[in-house]
Structures are given as structure tokens and as C-alpha cells.
Ligand binder design. Structure first.
Ligand code: PBG
Length: 326
């Protein structure tokens, strides 16, 4: 009988052997927790399409953020959910220092200081009554350059409120450069930009719309990328790097791991990936039905995103998973 000369199974034989040769690691610091803070809530409110994720009150946000940081997560990404009556066509609540997102940032900055990295969503969709990521021109199209003026105001307000990294998620052309210049002019030279560089128009953002109480009219296909395109992401990343991005992100994660790998191979700054609401919802729903092993699927999904090249992963499971990894 002839024997296989090569036996890859040897290196899989025991848990200790597998641990010794693992190529990819997943540590708490790699995980960033996205959180929602809502205005006018008496109690935290569960998001029905994301069981286990809530819209926080300012007080429950503070407690949950402290717990997440104690669990070891690498950072927090905050989204604001204004009251419906406070939304308007230009997203005024986003630039108002007393708007819910800026209030939440201030509370977290005061509570946590340098114990974590505090990030803010720098986008208008949570604050506009039409749900788009920018302001509209008279024809109803998203007006790129008028939106940049708004982002610049929003960025200064967020830096002032204590955000250390601004998550530019609106996919307007020139947003990173405009915000970088405005921050520098205002003296916020140490406030960084986490650029949503390659962001696709995805059906998997569905549950997020509920999370931020957004009733989007139309779709985002005139500013977010076509899922059919790969090369275009390299251009978007390159532009954001030239404009001054400190970190570049690919979003969604699981359907775009090829893009993530290519970006990671080329980027000169750290690369993040966002495991979005629909990815959370899919695994949660399948697990609820007993169709997959929830915890194993969560860790496997995160390892896969890391293996594809992400230095950081934004995940709604960040705080839950962090203690498992210690
Ligand atoms: C835009 C923004 C969105 C998400 C993060 N930032 C929504 C969108 O672009 O439609 C989605 C995150 C998720 O689905 O988990 N402010």
C-alpha cells in the first residue's frame, strides 16, 4: 500500500496544535461596537429586526458603553436617533450641539475619556425627514456639494462633543477632504476620519432603518456603490486616502470579502469592515430556529472577516463576544 506522504491533518490533531498554527486571531481590541442612542425614550427599546440590540436612552447608553469597554472592545461607534418631530429636510439635529448624537457623545466622552476610542456616525440620514444621507436639490436628487457643507458643520459639532474618529458614511464625493480641511481649520487636528470608503447600496441594511427610525423615500443607488463593482472600490479607497482618511472601511462585510481582501492588500492605513444589521439579523434568525449554532457562527463570521484582511470589525456582537476571546 502507498501512504500519503503529506498529511495536513497532523496540524489539526489537537486543540493545542490548532491554536499553535492558527493564522488569524480575533481579539477583543479588534471589535468595535455600534450603539444607538434615541431621544425622548423613557426605557431602552428593542429593535425587532435585531433581537438583542436596543435603542438606548442616554443613561442606558452610558452603562452599556462602560460594560463594553470593560469587556475589552476596541472602540464604540455611536448613532443618534432623533424624535420624528425633530427631523427636517436638512438634518438640523445633526449639527445642533444639543442634538441627540452630540449629547450622547458628550456623555460617553465624559464617562470614558481615553479608556476607549469614541467614534461618531457623520451622516445625515438619521436626521433628515426624507431619510437620505444628504440634502436634496429642487428636483429631489441628493445634492453632493450642498451636503458637504452640512457634513462640515456636523463634523465640527461631533469633534467638539468629544468624538475621536468620525465615520463618514454618506458616500458623497469629496467628503473626507472637506471634513479634514474643516477640522484642521477649526483646530481639531487630532480628530481622525474613519472613512466608509467602499460602501455598497445593500439590501442588508434593512434592519438598520428600523434601528434609526428612518423611513427612506427611494433608494441610495445614486451615491452608494453598485454591488456589481469591485474595481470601483479601489478608486474610492484611493481617493479617501489622498483626501486624508486615517482608517478605510469596507461595508457590508460578508458579501464583500473579495473587496476587503483587495483593499487590505493595497491600503497604507488600517482597514475596517462593518458586519452590518442584515448580517446580524440573518445569523440571529437562523440560530433562533435552531438551524445553526449561534455562538460558533458568530465567531466564524468574525474570523472570516479578519482573515479577509480587516484589522477592525464593527459588529453588534462586539461586547458579547469580547469576553469569549480572553
Ligand atoms: C448611514 C449608515 C447606514 C449604516 C451605517 N451608517 C445605513 C445606510 O447607509 O443605509 C448601516 C449599518 C447597518 O446596516 O448595520 N448613516
Amino acid at each position: 500500500m502507498t501512504y500519503p506522504r503529506d498529511r495536513p491533518r497532523r496540524l489539526r490533531s489537537t486543540p493545542a496544535m490548532r491554536r499553535l498554527v492558527a493564522e488569524t486571531s480575533l481579539e477583543p481590541r479588534h471589535l468595535v461596537l455600534p450603539m444607538f442612542v434615541a431621544d425622548g425614550l423613557a426605557e431602552p427599546r428593542e429593535i425587532s429586526a435585531m433581537p438583542g440590540v436596543v435603542q438606548h436612552t442616554v443613561e442606558s447608553l452610558r452603562k452599556a458603553a462602560v460594560a463594553a469597554v470593560a469587556a475589552g472592545v476596541g472602540g464604540l461607534m455611536l448613532f443618534g436617533v432623533p424624535r420624528a418631530e425633530d427631523k427636517d429636510a436638512t438634518g438640523s439635529g445633526a449639527v445642533d450641539p444639543a442634538g441627540i448624537l452630540n449629547r450622547g457623545l458628550r456623555v460617553l466622552a465624559a464617562e470614558l475619556g481615553d479608556a476607549t476610542v469614541l467614534m461618531a456616525d457623520t451622516c445625515l440620514d438619521e436626521f433628515t425627514d426624507h431619510g437620505h444621507c444628504g440634502v436634496l436639490d429642487p428636483s429631489g436628487a441628493v445634492d453632493n456639494d450642498a451636503t458637504l457643507d452640512r457634513y462640515v458643520e456636523m463634523a465640527s459639532a461631533q469633534a467638539e462633543a468629544g468624538a475621536q474618529l468620525l465615520g463618514t458614511s454618506g458616500m458623497m464625493d469629496g467628503q473626507v477632504g472637506a471634513i479634514r480641511a474643516a477640522l484642521d481649520d477649526a483646530g481639531w487636528t487630532d480628530t481622525g476620519i474613519l472613512a466608509y470608503a467602499a460602501k455598497y447600496a445593500s439590501a442588508f441594511y434593512g434592519p438598520f432603518r428600523e434601528a434609526v427610525g428612518s423611513s427612506l423615500q427611494g433608494d441610495r443607488r445614486s451615491y452608494q456603490q453598485d454591488p456589481a463593482n469591485r474595481r470601483e472600490s479601489l478608486r474610492e479607497v484611493q481617493l479617501d486616502l489622498v483626501e486624508g482618511a486615517d482608517i478605510v472601511m469596507v461595508k457590508p462585510a460578508m458579501g464583500y470579502l473579495d473587496v476587503l481582501r483587495e483593499v487590505a492588500d493595497r491600503s497604507t492605513v488600517p482597514v475596517a469592515a462593518y458586519q452590518i444589521s442584515g448580517e446580524y439579523a440573518m445569523i440571529t434568525a437562523a440560530a433562533e430556529r435552531g438551524w445553526i449554532d449561534r455562538d460558533a457562527a458568530i465567531v466564524e463570521s468574525l474570523i472570516g472577516i479578519r482573515r479577509a484582511g480587516a484589522d477592525l470589525v464593527l459588529s453588534y456582537w462586539a461586547a458579547e463576544v469580547a469576553p469569549w476571546l480572553r
